[in-house]
Design a protein around this ligand. Sequence first.
Ligand code: ATP
Length: 273
Amino acid sequence: MSSAWYELQGLSVRHIGGSRGLALQDISLAFEPGEQVALIGPSGAGKTTLLSTLACAHKPDSGVFKAFGTDPWQLTDAGRHAMRARLFLAPQTPPLPPRQRVVTAVLAARLPKWSLGQALLSLFKPADPEAAYRALSRFNLGDKLYSRVDRLSGGERQRCGLARLLLSSAQAFLVDEPLSALDPALSQLTLNTLQQEARERNALLVCSLHQVDLALAHFPRIVALKNGRVAFDLPREQVTQAMVDELYLGELPPANSPQPDEMAAKLAVGACL
Ligand SMILES: Nc1ncnc2c1ncn2[C@@H]1O[C@H](COP(=O)(O)OP(=O)(O)OP(=O)(O)O)[C@@H](O)[C@H]1O
């Protein structure tokens, strides 16, 4: 039996109502416990779709998909729910209730382990504020423990979402662009904290990043996606600048293409003739 925590073979994924056809095509990947993997690729390449597929939030169209040795889509809803407790999906914009205190929002990571009574009680009196404080402090956010979520900046909200991850008991961390709202110093701190926690738990960490330099500096394995397919899957030492250039080729308009202002002017002149 394979030791991989995720096995994907020839996997295709389509968004319901999506206009572009398949969002992921012919994806074959395996992820082992304790691996730390950066997911890179241009906008729209399929990074978020892959992470939500790994989180069992998105049902594949075809191909083989196994999480923790089982096809989650063959399980009952309750079985899939139980499996989701083994993973943590940290979306780019965490869905935190705006009027809630940070302490309550962070402690909600423990909801899967609580009885209904404990959960309701925690809404009025946080069950373990010290644990929430410790988790927030690791992202330099301890002083926001009793702030309201809707008073946080974008970057603070993002780190608040990641503090939840520390309180979960997940064995797979699926993290979508955790640095998109962070300055360079906080980006380093955030990556270091995520990687340290994953190492200590021997958890799998799959993290999508737009900062290719940080991906190469921090992650031993790089999976690159382009147009919904795996462009390369390599140890970082084997990733060359030419590969990175090729990956992002075509993402910027050619240097001599008209700027939006010029386009508008040309269209306006055209309309007058
Ligand atoms: N909910 C949706 N419905 C329909 N199509 C979608 C949906 N979400 C994403 N897509 C499409 O699926 C493709 C992959 O999108 P995805 O968000 O996975 O890319 P990404 O690599 O994460 O992009 P980014 O770096 O901009 O976040 C894109 O063509 C996108 O337009």
